[in-house]
Design a protein around this ligand. Structure first.
Ligand SMILES: Nc1ncnc2c1ncn2[C@@H]1O[C@H](COP(=O)(O)OP(=O)(O)OP(=O)(O)O)[C@@H](O)[C@H]1O
Ligand SMILES: [Mg+2]
Length: 105
């Protein structure tokens, strides 16, 4: 399993575009993929779902990182409808901004 992290402190450099491009490439190659959206803006979530998520989000996973929470947070995206492979997402929401702190607790 490959784990790819797309991150930069600089805005507008193509993080979301690269993420969605990699997800699309995986889908077209028949490779199962999971996008974990850590961006409080949730742009990848909006791109993949077409609307903000109303389910368990990444903030809940980060604050309660149990298998059961993670399982509930993973949802299929419409992109993989009728496709041979899965393209799933753990949605990002503005709630994850509260985790964006150097505090250890
Ligand atoms: N390879 C590219 N060539 C030209 N334009 C690009 C490329 N990748 C992204 N862009 C454009 O650059 C802009 C910013 O891209 P994107 O939203 O992916 O960046 P981002 O890093 O996710 O931004 P933010 O920090 O706001 O989340 C968009 O208008 C996008 O269409
Ligand atoms: Mg972005």
């Amino acid at each position: 399993m490959f784990i790819v992290s797309v991150c930069s402190l600089k805005g507008g450099v193509g993080k979301t575009s690269v993420t969605l491009g990699l997800a699309s490439a995986a889908l077209h190659q028949g490779v199962n993929a999971l996008v974990i959206d850590l961006d409080p803006q949730g742009d990848s979530t909006l791109g993949l779902l077409g609307e903000p998520a109303s389910t368990v989000d990444i903030a809940e996973v980060l604050s309660s990182p149990r298998t059961e929470t993670i399982d509930r947070a993973i949802i299929p995206t419409p992109w993989s409808k009728d496709a041979a492979s899965h393209l799933d997402i753990i949605p990002g929401t503005s709630r994850s901004a509260v985790m964006d702190s150097p505090a250890l607790n």
